[in-house]
Design a protein around this ligand. Structure first.
Ligand code: NAP
Ligand code: ZN
Length: 357
């Protein structure tokens, strides 16, 4: 298929730090030789979208069209595209491009490339802003597109593109993906609930550490966690001291680390993926005494994103979602901020996103 001219697009954008989203019209670039154009079907609402829309991290450029948990169907491909064709079901995650030549890109960790271009709120090579998946369609280089396995429902698969790979990647890269390993998952939200599913499918023992008792039954009986701890209950926490090989902390707000570090075994790994906007207190002694490690992790590379969705396809892993219409997005973001979602909002973009007249 040949090139098509730049195309009018529409979506929802935050226009200032209120973070309130409203209709927005813009244009997408023409389909370059190595580009794929896709019609957006579904887009997940990651907590990061809320932080970005409200400029909580201080680097948002407005207007911001959020959305980096995108599933769609290919409508056009450039002349030199070899991996995809019209009709394919595909996903786009946190990034649209990277330099491809640095040590980090050649190590398949393009997400950490200094020149990585974010799907939403980034700047493309032609100096235009990148607008994310809360929009009718998208153009993306084929090398940054993920193929969605046939057996996965597309709406519930959308959150895998960020939440999924963000928890899958550190489990794999830190060797925490094997039977015999005990994983703690802190925060049972969008990221946390898929972390439980992936870690269980990898054969590990999983303990959820939540801020209240409210999700205990679902964590154990629906998501398959082995144990559940309330982080504010010192007695429960005490019983689990020194039992975990790794902890994935997905909490979006500031919270005490001391009780969590105590849960780790000797040489245990504490992996931060949650991104509170204020610093956390990191006590030194509990780290020193047990030779423990604290590391961070951001999303994942393209190769591991594909591996992650293929693994999800094999094990039938998707997110537990509340499918919403585009006109509910502001309400959904308010509810997400309050922790009122089980466990991911996904926007039914194709059926409900309409351009302003
Ligand atoms: P989410 O659905 O809102 O989940 C966050 C969970 O954190 C909540 O469900 C809650 O779990 C817990 N929590 C919230 N406030 C808390 C508090 N004050 N004290 C203790 N626990 C609290 O958010 P998400 O989409 O999973 O994202 C989680 C975080 O990861 C966000 O900061 C997001 O920006 C970040 N993120 C990072 C990456 C990355 O690449 N590193 C990728 C995506 C998202 P309980 O009810 O169980 O306590
Ligand atoms: Zn995200």
């Amino acid at each position: 298929m040949g090139k098509v001219p730049a195309t009018e697009a529409f979506g929802l954008a935050a226009k200032d730090e209120s973070g309130v989203l409203s209709s927005f019209r813009f244009s997408r670039r023409e389909t370059g030789e190595k580009d794929v154009r896709l019609k957006v079907l579904f887009c997940g609402i990651c907590h990061t979208d809320v932080c970005m829309a409200r400029n909580e991290w201080g680097f948002t450029t407005y207007p911001l069209v959020p959305g980096h948990e995108i599933v769609g169907v290919v409508t056009e491909v450039g002349a030199k595209v070899i991996k995809f064709k019209a009709g394919d079901k595909v996903g786009v995650g946190y990034m649209l491009s990277s330099c491809r030549s640095c040590d980090i890109c050649t190590d398949d960790q393009e997400n950490h490339c200094p020149k990585m271009i974010m799907t939403s709120g980034g700047k493309y090579y032609d100096d235009t802003m990148t607008y994310g998946g809360y929009s009718d369609h998208l153009v993306c280089e084929e090398d940054y597109i993920i193929r969605i396995p046939e057996n996965l429902p597309l709406d519930a698969a959308a959150p895998l593109l960020c939440a999924g790979v963000t928890v899958y990647s550190p489990l794999k890269s830190h060797g925490l993906d094997k039977p015999g390993i005990h994983i703690g998952v802190v925060g049972l939200g969008g990221l946390g609930h898929v972390a439980v599913k992936f870690a269980k499918a990898m054969g590990t023992k999983v303990t959820v550490i939540s801020s209240s008792d409210g999700k205990r039954d679902e964590a154990i009986n629906r998501l398959g966690a082995d144990l559940f701890l309330v982080s504010r209950d010192p007695e429960e926490m005490k019983d689990a001291m020194g039992t975990m090989d790794g902890i994935i902390d997905t909490v979006s707000a500031t919270h005490p680390l001391l009780p969590l570090l105590g849960l780790l075994k000797y040489k245990g790994k504490f992996i931060m993926v949650g991104a509170p906007d204020k610093p956390l207190d990191l006590p030194a002694l509990p780290l020193i005494l047990g030779k423990k490690m604290v590391v961070g992790s951001m999303t994942g590379g393209i190769k591991e994103s594909q591996e992650m969705v293929d693994f999800a396809g094999k094990h039938n892993i998707t997110a537990d979602i509340e499918l919403i219409s585009a006109d509910y997005v502001n309400m959904a973001m308010e509810r997400l901020e309050k922790g009122d979602v089980r466990y991911r909002f996904v926007i039914d973009v194709a059926n409900t996103m309409k351009p302003t007249p």
